[in-house]
Design a protein around this ligand. Structure first.
Ligand SMILES: Cc1cc2nc3c(=O)[nH]c(=O)nc-3n(C[C@H](O)[C@H](O)[C@H](O)COP(=O)(O)O)c2cc1C
Length: 275
């Protein structure tokens, strides 16, 4: 290395060091001011997650009641998520696609856990806020639309999951299970499930940075997010099946017309109590 090259290397290291310190300080300041919080409560506290000192009410979306209450910002704030203690290997071993569900509602707590596992926020002390599933360049192209048919505390309808608020935004009222199933080759799991998560993509978020290659990244990410949700469901006793067989235009049309969803649907994930 030449002397100039060496000086440049030292300057670069110093710049990176200062930047890292600045990021750590910023995360600390934001956490102190409650601008960054994690929707995860319980065992992960104090292990890199920003701590709320065990006080769930410190989380802005925390609910002491089982029912979702619409707040004056028009959102249904979801309960904090407790990662629990079930071993991941057990969930992987137990998982089987489930296409028939008991006629029983899903709790808001369980739905909150599944959605968080898909695209929810996590926070570490170094990089700051990130997501439960990895994303190429943190471009985060996925959006979750939730078809609620039988969830305690929520009217049937289509909702958008907002990771930053860990909340559901109502998009359209009504029972959409049969309509979605009609677009999905009449698969009864979609018609019958108490809740179906629709994974949609804003391709431009990723292709804007990676060009054509971005499409493959988006498909990978849909797989990461949906598998997280499948395994989270499994730990809660909720069965599910990934549905990839549907008419693209028909499903996109339902979401666009009924709920103003512009993103492209990639997968459906009906969830419920296995028969
Ligand atoms: C990308 C993808 C798309 C799928 N699409 C459907 C589908 O449209 N309908 C369905 O009943 N199962 C679907 N499946 C589930 C598979 O049929 C199932 O995973 C496979 O038969 C293995 O069974 P197991 O999940 O119980 O291990 C899909 C799975 C994947 C990964």
């Amino acid at each position: 290395m030449t002397f100039r090259g060496w000086k440049f290397a030292v300057a670069k290291q110093a710049f990176l060091g200062v930047t890292l310190v600045a990021v750590v300080v910023l995360v600390g300041v934001l956490s102190g001011s409650n601008l960054i919080v994690s929707p995860v409560a319980g065992p992960n506290q104090g292990q890199g997650m920003i701590s709320t000192n065990g006080d769930r009410s410190a989380l802005p979306w925390s609910q002491s009641r089982a029912l979702a209450a619409e707040s004056n910002d028009g959102m249904f704030h979801l309960p904090a998520v407790d990662p629990g203690s079930q071993h991941l290997y057990e969930a992987i071993f137990q998982r089987r696609s489930q296409r028939q569900f008991r006629d029983e509602p899903v709790s808001l707590q369980d739905l909150a856990g599944v959605l968080w596992a898909g695209v929810g926020l996590t926070v570490d002390g170094v990089t700051g806020p990130t997501r439960a599933a990895p994303s190429a360049g943190a471009t985060n192209p996925l959006r979750l639309v939730v078809c609620v048919q039988d969830v305690v505390g929520l009217e049937p309808g289509l909702y958008g999951y907002e990771p930053f608020d860990h909340a559901l935004i109502p998009l359209a009222e009504g029972r959409f299970g049969a309509k979605l199933a009609a677009a999905a080759l009449r698969q009864t799991a979609v018609a019958d499930a108490p809740v179906t998560v629709i994974v949609t993509a804003d391709y431009g978020a990723t292709t804007g940075r990676y060009g054509e290659r971005g499409y493959r990244y988006v498909y990978f990410e849909a797989g990461h997010a949906v598998q997280n949700m499948v395994l989270a469901g499994e730990t809660l006793g909720l069965g599910s099946v990934i549905i990839g067989a549907f008419e693209d235009e028909k499903l996109a049309g339902i979401l666009r017309t009924a709920a103003g969803v512009a993103q492209a649907p990639l997968l459906l994930l009906p969830l419920g109590w296995s028969r």
